[in-house]
Design a protein around this ligand. Structure first.
Ligand code: ADP
Ligand code: MG
Length: 240
């Protein structure tokens, strides 16, 4: 579903990604972890073309992201992305937030988009809040809306960049629960997170990054029981 083939990226003279390769199969959940500044956000943003790369190639669902001919707007509608900060439109109600891209990008009929939005709100347990504004919801609720909004586009894969790290502790689980459910339903997911409980429960593989390189890319059992690199061992010792 997602193929990163030897990608490298620079910001000016600073090399942020060095020869990163990995592959995420349909239905797989891959957790990306590593120290702050190791390039996790940059890596995940390359997948839907939010960050261009200077070397290597990226393919998502048989579309070459790195090709100049690719319609990036269309690709991004097929690859849902959820960030640390919820990024809902504050001046639109929750249901309007869910309808907007469906109508604008997918050209869905407004009534159809609304139905879809309400269905997904129900799925994340927020039906009662359809007509509220984002500011009236808690952080955890807003993040669940952000997930529902991405799902409205019928994505082929979902990317998450530390979706729970800006939340108060008591709200983390309500967001992780939605993500676990999504994983169990077979969604292809790449998830940058330090929530190792989530990784242990639902990840198929763990990618560990350090200084812009993928240092480990192994199944989760191997990662937790016997990390190959000293750096991954240090990292785990600090966060577990
Ligand atoms: P992580 O998500 O693992 O914390 P990032 O991908 O955000 O790491 O950043 C990796 C490195 O690239 C960091 O050293 C960061 O300072 C640098 N970086 C990130 N974005 C930019 C940018 N737009 N311009 C220059 N350097 C950047
Ligand atoms: Mg980051």
């Amino acid at each position: 579903m997602i193929i990163l083939n030897n990608i490298s990226k620079w910001y000016g003279h600073f090399q942020v990604l060095t020869e990163c390769s990995t592959q995420v199969n349909k239905g797989e959940v891959v957790v990306v972890c590593g120290p702050s500044g190791s390039g996790k956000s940059t890596l995940i943003k390359t997948v839907n073309g939010l960050e261009p790369v200077q070397q290597g190639s990226i393919t998502v669902n048989d579309t070459e992201v790195t090709s100049k001919k690719t319609n990036l707007a269309k690709l991004r509608s097929q690859v849902g992305m959820v960030f640390q900060h919820f990024e809902l439109f504050p001046h639109l109600t929750i249901i309007q937030n869910l309808v907007l891209a469906q109508v604008k990008v997918l050209k869905r009929d407004e009534a159809v988009a609304r139905q879809k939005g309400l269905k997904l709100l129900e799925r994340v347990g927020l039906s009662a809040h359809a007509n509220k504004y984002p500011g009236q919801l808690s952080g955890g609720q807003q993040q669940r809306v952000a997930i529902a909004r991405a799902l409205c586009m019928d994505p082929v894969a979902m990317l998450f960049d530390e979706p729970t790290s800006a939340l108060d502790p008591e709200m983390i689980n309500e967001v992780l629960d939605v993500m676990v459910e999504l994983a169990n339903e077979g969604m292809t997911m790449m998830v940058v997170t330090h929530e190792m409980g989530f990784a242990r429960n639902v990840a198929n593989r763990v990618i560990f990054m350090d200084e812009g390189r993928i240092i480990e890319d192994v199944n989760k059992e191997a990662f937790f029981s016997n990390p190959k690199s000293e750096r991954a061992r240090d990292f785990l010792a600090k966060i577990l």
